[in-house]
Design a protein around this ligand. Structure first.
Ligand SMILES: [Zn+2]
Length: 447
């Protein structure tokens, strides 16, 4: 937890300023203590609210003292899990969103994320995922989808995640995809309806991010779904660039043109052979002209990467971008703008779903509260990743004479060790002193 204190020395002040929508005079707990109680649910990957009671409240001799240490408080008892639910009902969602902005802006100012930039631009990975699914309508905003004889009621979210070094992805903006905003039309299939929603959500999300980060010249890393005129126009209007997955099905004419021009540009090729891994061959064509559905013309560069593994297996990827594609840039565009997009899925959603973070768990059925749980999870996941990828953990392993993966096994075990530690180890005040954080330089490992 020293890593967290190092990156965010003001965290407790920020937590104190989470706005209360109503005065909680009857509450015996300070705001920042309850915020840590909520973060603990995800930092220690407990999996459900009830586990707060089992794992923390009744879980070990040092929990109260250690949480007081984290929050700089002197609480004399631990809350129950219902206290957290009550607390989340009092904090406006804006409070959590502002806290996220404070975390990200601090990392930006520290230049902790600069190594992941693409041609000087920070990369925003965009992806949507399903959150919860009910068999009965649960609120007026549920998306609905026919599934055989049944109708499913769903909630989705669109995430913008900032790409950091060492595989870190930081939640920067979340837009809930809700039926009130969906273009509902009975004549459209479920697939089409979802696409409408994601695109609409994108048009709400990106201008909000622009307002919050007006100076940052983002590159959007996008799925082929977003490879269309309205998205290109939105990016242009915001002064941002993009790299979008290029698939034959999405824009057939443009694809044919790309395939026809490739053999005519034999000089546009770059081969990479990695001693311990695959061979990559990059090819590109610049200045393809594309007319969108509203008869606007775009000039786009197309690039492809053919990857052959040691066992002969081949993979193929292609992208479109207005960024300058040439021998010097093709590889980095393919990697940071293209291949890294899967990190939202892998490092982001998959891990959040298939770990103790338990993204798809219904932490609350109250639509406003589960949004708060969602944001709390995203905030905690920023801290979790800094802990895992920060150089302090590696130094710890080096001191023990073993690599991180040997010391902890999988990353899942880091959360378990952390839980053991908060329960059974008395955290010393010196560990959290501002001076001790200042002396050590903690970066993000690039390995
Ligand atoms: Zn609902």
């Amino acid at each position: 937890m020293q890593t967290v204190r190092h990156f965010f020395p003001q965290l407790n002040t920020w937590l104190d300023h989470l706005p209360d929508t109503r005065v909680q005079e009857e509450c015996t707990y300070s705001t920042r203590f309850l915020a840590w109680w909520g973060l603990a649910l995800y930092l220690f990957q407990l999996g459900s609210r009830r586990q707060l009671d089992f794992d923390l409240r009744d879980g070990g001799p040092h929990v109260l003292a250690n949480l007081n240490r984290l929050a700089d408080t002197e609480q004399t008892t631990l809350p129950v899990h219902d206290t957290l639910d009550h607390f989340l009902g009092h904090v406006a969602l804006d409070g959590w969103q502002r806290l996220r902005r404070q975390l990200v802006q601090r990392l930006l100012r520290m230049k902790a994320l600069d190594a992941a930039r693409l041609l000087g631009r920070p990369v925003l990975l965009i992806d949507a995922t399903g959150l919860i699914c009910f068999h009965r309508r649960h609120c007026p905003y549920c998306l609905h989808q026919r599934c055989g004889q049944k109708t499913l009621y769903l909630h989705h979210v669109l995430e913008a995640k900032l790409l950091g070094p060492a595989g870190v992805v930081l939640s920067l903006g979340s837009e809930f995809i809700e039926n009130a905003d969906a273009l509902n039309s009975a004549s459209k299939g479920a697939e089409q309806r979802k696409q409408d929603c994601e695109l609409n959500a994108l048009h709400r999300l990106l201008p909000r991010i622009k307002k919050e980060y007006p100076q940052l010249p983002f590159v959007l890393a996008l799925d082929s779904l977003y490879g269309c005129g309205p998205v290109f126009a939105l990016a242009e209007q915001l002064g941002w660039s993009f790299v979008v997955t290029f698939k034959e099905g999405r824009s057939k004419t443009l694809w044919r043109e790309f395939q026809a021009l490739l053999p005519r540009c034999p000089q546009n090729v770059l081969r990479r052979e990695w001693a311990d891994g695959p061979t990559q061959e990059f090819r590109w064509v610049t200045q393809l002209e594309y007319e969108d559905s509203e008869h606007r013309w775009w000039k786009l560069n197309a690039l492809e990467c053919r990857e052959t593994a040691a066992d002969g297996q081949q993979q193929y990827f292609a992208w479109l971008t207005p960024l300058p594609v040439n021998r010097q840039t093709v590889e980095v565009i393919a990697q940071k703008g293209g291949r890294d997009r899967w990190k939202v899925e892998n490092e982001g959603f998959n891990r959040q779903k298939n770990s103790g973070l338990n993204l798809e768990h219904v932490y609350s059925i109250d639509p406003e509260k589960w949004k708060a749980y969602y944001l709390l999870l995203q905030l905690a996941f920023v801290l979790v990743q800094l802990l895992e990828r920060g150089s302090l953990l590696r130094r710890l392993a080096e001191e023990a004479g073993r690599p991180v993966w040997k010391l902890f096994g999988s990353l899942k075990n880091v959360a378990r060790r952390l839980l053991d530690s908060v329960r059974f180890v008395a955290w010393e005040v010196g560990w959290f002193a501002a001076a001790s954080g200042g002396k050590r330089r903690i970066g993000l490992d690039s390995s």
